[in-house]
Design a protein around this ligand. Structure first.
Ligand code: C2E
Ligand code: CA
Ligand code: CA
Length: 839
């Protein structure tokens, strides 16, 4: 119950009007009673009875029209009243009207306020009509027809107008319609009816004048006129309703579900004169609610409506009752009984709405599927990033835009060692890594960039509208930098390393050429050990990148195109060779010698890694055997791909090769590159332990460049550390590099490890390293990587007549050399694993 309503459903705003009407009627009653008591002519009881019956009958015969929860009746009361005025005085008629209506409303149990209003209104109508009739000089008993027509018509007109004037605001307030609209509604029908009733009034007057017995003919006349009118009203209402229904169902014929629901709610409110319409869809479930004015609520079903009263609902189902998509509810503020015609309309409307909803849902589904197809064709399913096709399309679009603003560039990003993650942790973890990488790139990209996944672990970012080509490198750095923080995969922290290649849009060749250049730049980055590299035409030596991707690798392995060069490891002080590192080379039939950094990645990805690794190992051991036979018993160092360490058969294969060549295991040093991924895997631990326990020596390559050097050392006890070339190169100018070397040497001393400095290119470097306490070195100063036979020849030749040396000693022979504390001869360190005694 809203505060505006009383318990009987009457709107509070009506009370003042009702009060006024009742007050005026009361005044009229008193005046009438006084006048009747004093001077007015009285009528007999039969006439009283006839008058009361006439008014009561007029009030009872009516056409009922429902507007929302309010029924509005058009009755014959004023006709009866005016007829009464032709036989009795105004006061008599006013009082008779009051008596008749009190009687009828009481018998019909009409609520008190409504009854009071009805009684009061009609008494006022009687009073006003009587006053007009007598003011125009007409008296009861006047026989002349001509002298009667005009006054009687005026009286009737007054009655009708007053009746409308008082009633319309009441209907308007109760129904929420505007008075003007109500007044206009069916006006010609109402006018015709009013004229018809005036005819009845005049006819009755004539009948009564001629022979009062003819009064008997009045009710049939009244009734037939009433039937005629009410049928016309009904027919018209029905016709309008059907037209409206047809218009409404037409309007529902749209494909947008929201539009269907909005139309249905507003139209149904209009169609059924409902105070509120609600559509509840099973799909969701979603409820949409509103009035003629629009939607008031659209959300999850179950939200209570503010309209209390009565509700009529209809299931939204097809004609055959098949599909059931929800329910339609009409709410009214009062009790409502739908007519048969309205019920039928409701069912028809609900069925049309059901069809419309189903159509809209089907259309939405169709649109969704179409969009999904379009999306799937241009996007990577795993990461949701654009795919290669989309990148090519968008890139081509961008490059062909004549007045495109700024510079277009492409950054190609390739994850290193991704396959390890996939192979050891499973594809689910691999997928997670890819998704997280995608998320980071997306987050780091600018809105105008296009981030794409080209397949596997290759990503690309198309940079658009750059202010200058140089900005590309900066942006690429930022993109790759975001990948540096370790990723969290199922609680495991995994670090991805990535290499990036940048290319700025070329003048010709379009997107394919831009992609190719970025690819070349990426390989340059990998080769130079840089994070990012920008494409430089001068370094674009043919399309080597494509070689490795094509079907060349299997042939290269089969045809033994992979060979090995050896770079000696030298005792810094004496110049004596203490070992040699095997470095792979691809001797390509048409491209000549190809560097390992150019093809290693492809080999690792290709599945040919075991065959490749075995071929290299075999050649390395063969070389060691040949040197040994010539009197140089040198250990040979072989680089091991991290991926090989994930292969549980790897130790077995290594040991088998050693046995086959009849070489003691400690003549083989396996160089490992540290990666965080590897350091966390049990399988790697098992593989390395087995090798170490068998006597194979382990070296940690590129030491200082990784991030978990120390933690790795604690888990994988190695025999040797190799200081990365970058520190040796930088040591003269950079205190930081020197500090790294110093602390690495300290570490080596305390853990009893051999330390080898890589990339020694000059005598000053050699001396500086020796002074810091470094015993061994490797680099161009001593020798470039050489074929096994060439190295043997060099060893035999020796330096300064000392076979086995490649350079003169640091100090004159014979001079007393004070060994730096803790310095040990390379290759002669205490076997790892023995307890370390503090010095
Ligand atoms: P690495 O193990 O650090 O090998 C040393 C690299 O430094 C070699 O490059 C060598 O030629 C180069 N180098 C040696 N002395 C100097 C010097 O004084 N100055 C300069 N600027 N460079 C010097 P390379 O042969 O191109 O090998 C590159 C990398 O390829 C190696 O780095 C190693 O990680 C990998 N690699 C080489 N052979 C194999 C192999 O058989 N298997 C595996 N898994 N990796 C290999
Ligand atoms: Ca190495
Ligand atoms: Ca190295």
């Amino acid at each position: 119950m809203t505060p505006q309503r009383r318990s009987d459903g009457t709107d509070r705003r009506l009370l003042p009007l009702v009060g006024l009407v009742v007050f005026l009627a009361a005044v009229s009653t008193i005046v009438s009673a006084v006048r009747l008591a004093n001077d007015e002519p009285r009528v007999g009881p039969v006439t009283w009875l006839a008058l009361i019956s006439l008014v009561a009958a007029g009030f009872t015969v009516k056409v009922r029209i429902r507007i929302r929860a309010n029924n509005h009746d058009i009755a014959w009361t004023e006709t009866a009243v005016v007829i009464g005025l032709t036989v009795a005085s105004t006061s008599t008629v006013v009082l008779a009207t009051g008596c008749a209506l009190v009687l009828v409303t009481t018998l019909a149990r009409i609520p008190a306020i409504r009854a009071a209003f009805g009684v009061g209104k009609n008494m006022l109508v009687a009073t006003a009509a009587g006053m007009v009739l007598h003011a125009s000089g007409w008296q009861v008993g006047e026989e002349s027809v001509l002298a009667t027509i005009l006054p009687l018509s005026l009286a009737y007109l007054t009655a009708v107008l007053l009746d409308e004037l008082v009633a319309l605001p009441v209907i308007a307030i109760a129904s929420g319609e505007r008075v003007q609209e109500l007044f206009r509604e069916d006006w010609e029908l109402r006018l015709a009816f009013a004229v018809g009733r005036l005819v009845v009034v005049l006819g009755t007057f004539l009948i009564l004048r001629g022979d009062s017995r003819l009064l008997i003919a009045v009710p049939p006349l009244m009734l037939s006129l009433h039937l005629l009118y009410s049928n016309r009203v009904k027919a018209r209402t029905e016709q309008q309703a059907w037209q409206r229904l047809a218009r409404t169902t037409d309007a529902l014929n749209v494909v947008d579900l929201d539009k269907v629901l909005t139309t249905a709610v507003t139209q149904a409110a209009e169609l059924f004169s409902a105070d509120e319409v609600e559509i509840e869809l099973r799909d969701g479930p979603r409820a949409v609610r509103g009035t003629r004015g629009g939607i008031g609520y659209d959300g999850p079903a179950g939200d209570p409506s503010s309209v209390q009263g009565s509700a009529v609902s209809a299931p939204l189902e097809g004609h055959d009752g098949s599909a059931d998509v929800g329910v339609l509810r009409l709410r009214f503020r009062g009790p409502v009984q739908l007519s048969e015609r309205e019920q039928y309309t409701l069912r028809t409307f609900a069925s049309a709405l059901c069809t419309a909803v189903r159509n809209a849902q089907a259309y939405a589904e169709l649109a969704r599927v179409a969009a999904e197809h379009a999306h799937a064709a241009t996007h990577d399913a795993l990461t949701g990033l654009a795919n290669r096709r989309q990148l090519l399309e968008r890139g081509t679009e961008q490059l062909s835009t004549r007045h495109a603003e700024g510079v277009t560039a492409l950054v190609l990003i390739d994850l290193n060692h991704f396959k390890e993650v996939n192979d050891t942790l499973g594809h689910a973890a691999g997928d997670q890594v890819l998704m997280q990488v995608a998320d980071r790139l997306r987050a780091a990209a600018q809105p105008e960039d296009l981030v794409a996944r080209l397949g596997g672990d290759e990503f690309a970012v198309l940079l658009r509208g750059l202010p200058a080509p140089a900005v590309a490198a900066h942006r690429a750095d930022g993109l790759i930098g975001t990948l540096h923080q370790p990723l969290d995969v199922d609680g495991m922290r995994i670090s991805v390393e990535a290499s990036g290649g940048i290319a700025v849009a070329p003048a010709s060749g379009g997107m394919p050429e831009l992609l190719r250049r970025a690819d070349v730049a990426m390989y340059q980055a990998k080769r130079a050990g840089q994070r990012v590299s920008t494409y430089a035409p001068t370094r674009d030596t043919a399309d080597l990148g494509r070689l490795t991707l094509g079907g060349e690798l299997p042939r290269a392995v089969a045809d033994h195109e992979f060979t090995v060069n050896f770079q000696p490891i030298v005792d810094l002080a004496s110049g004596e060779v203490t070992g040699a590192e095997a470095l792979a080379r691809w001797h390509h039939p048409t491209h000549g010698m190809i560097d390992p950094l150019r093809f290693l990645e492809a080999v690792e990805r290709s599945g040919l890694l075991p065959a490749f690794a075995e071929a290299i190992l075999d050649q390395a051991l063969l070389a060691a055997v040949s040197w040994r036979a010539a009197g140089f018993d040198l250990p040979v160092s072989v680089n091991v791909s991290p991926r090989s360490l994930l292969d549980a058969r790897f130790p077995g294969a290594v040991l088998a090769r050693l046995r086959a060549h009849d070489l003691p295991p400690d003549r083989l040093v396996l160089e490992l590159t540290e990666t965080l991924t590897l350091s966390q895997l049990d399988v790697v631990d098992r593989v390395l332990s087995r090798l170490r326990d068998s006597g194979v020596r382990l070296a940690l390559d590129d030491f200082g460049t990784g991030y978990s050097s120390l933690s790795l050392l604690s888990r994988i006890p190695v025999h040797e550390l190799k200081i990365d070339r970058s520190f040796v190169t930088a040591m003269e100018g950079s205190a930081e590099a020197a500090a790294v070397i110093r602390s690495t040497l300290d570490l080596g001393r305390s853990l009893d490890l051999t330390v080898v400095a890589e990339g020694v290119e000059s005598e000053p470097q050699r001396r500086a390293l020796w002074e810091l306490g470094c015993a061994a070195g490797q680099g161009h100063l001593f020798a470039r990587p050489l074929p096994s036979g060439s190295l043997l020849a060099a060893l035999q030749r020796g330096s300064g007549g000392r076979p086995g040396t490649l350079v003169p000693p640091l100090h004159d022979t014979g001079a007393v050399i004070r060994l730096a504390p803790g310095r040990r001869q390379p290759g002669r360190s205490r076997p790892a694993g023995l307890p370390h005694l503090p010095a």
